[in-house]
Write a protein that binds this ligand. Sequence first.
Ligand code: NOJ
Length: 559
Amino acid sequence: MTVSTQPLPEDPRTNPTTDPHWWRQAAVYQIYPRSFSDANGDGLGDLPGVTSKVPYLSALGVDAVWPSPFYPSALADGGYDVDDYRNVDPRLGSLDDFDDMAAALHGAGIKLIVDIVPNHSSNRHAWFQEALAAPKGSPARSRYIFRDGTGPGGSLPPSDWQSVFGGSAWEQVPDGQWYLHLFAAEQPDFNWENPEVREEFLSTLRFWSDRGVDGFRIDVAHALAKDLTEPLASSSDLSPEGEGTDGGHPFWDRDEVHEIYAEWRKLFNEYDPPRTAVAEAWVHASRRGRYASPDGLGQAFNFDLLQADFDAGRFRQIIAANLEQAAATGASSTWVLSNHDVVRHATRYGLPPAPTGSAKGRDGKDWVLSGGTEPALDRGLGLRRARAATLLMLALPGSAYLYQGEELGLHEVAEIPDAERQDPTFYRSPGVDKGRDGCRVPLPWTPEGPSFGFGAGTAHLPQPEQFGPSSVSRQEQDPDSTLNFYRRALEFRGKQQGAEELDWIGSADTVLHFRRPGGWQSITNFGTEPVALPEGSVLHSSAALDGSLLPPDTTAWLA
Ligand code: NOJ
């Protein structure tokens, strides 16, 4: 971590840190803005709410903040359906509020990463409205992907492709044509072969870069390039998302997508320090490095730990493979245990493993929560393992991406009434997949109050009673709370970061032990019996130690 000692420049939007490598080992905190803090009491979190919590973020000790989309949106997909890429949703504030938020973060030495959604806009975007009003074959339609249908009178979709959220990936418009939407019907896919689309996004990247943002998170980075040469292949002949290895899929992970990012990189490098970017790319691990190339986006999410069971062998394999890949590309590795799309890790680790042969979601646990209940959740075990996994992750070389609420040890909220669910995956499945609302429930800041201190009004998703004891102000008073555990870990991590190296110590089926340069050691006991702690003085631990023994499901740091 690099913390500038230079005085703040006159315009606090200009980040004082000029280190071009600030991102390599940063702890990045993801904010889901509509559920973080509601300053105006309308039940939706907003940008002034984020600004008011900058002291909290500073005390937490994160290096950067990544808010999920805050742009104008009908919220058909939690804001990933963008109406206007260069504005703020009026319910969340204004561009002035954005500037205030950026200034407050930068004033506290915290970087700002914004979320760019280039694969699709919302169906309310001016360009899509224009396309609907324009005839077949018009320039306005060519910014999106329109096709004639098949079957009698073109009444059937152009292909059998399924949307990621369920149902057909094609939607028919009144004149009979169909448009492609890999996600919800309210999210039409752009046609990236159209130079206007390319220019538009370069302008958007410049707009936010000029406004002082430090980097970008690129949504569905692996889907922009498409080859829709007819006849369109049947989905049964296509490899599933994340499994293709030859770049030959019509829309996932095509090689040409990197031409787009090479252009973006030139733009990023015009700034000082260069703007950073991290790809959200659910691709085969062997192809992830292409997104992380220094000539491209520079970094790519590795979701391997997030998909893994709490298992020493699996963790070691994932860590070794990703560090090797990072070394080969020149990027630093990324680590993620939770985000706004998956079941929170405290809950995942407290659930029994999925039965062999069951359909697993991206987080591996959809089957358990699909009933909207928690049949066998062991909350205590889940949190204990989550703290152990987090401490291990924070000792790894590379950037750690944290998701709001994990520092409070929050569990997934399963008991949301169906009528209050918002996620399109729930409506398009329909109802089979309970969706992602359970990890997006507004944060509890105080033990009481109309929305546990989230705001003065009723939170837009219902908060469960157990949020009270997990609230920030309650945890601040408890030295052993998960919040104070994160604060100490991040503070120590910030001081210790050295070269991006790690040496494994010993090998055991149920213990992972490694040393970072400077002598910082991390040891995790994944087994069921206590193990002896190595030589050294204990710096931090995820649970109380038992004398010189490391209990099960516990990580300790030693010097
Ligand atoms: C990935 C985002 O993380 C997710 O929340 C969103 O639904 C899809 N991309 C579509 O934009």
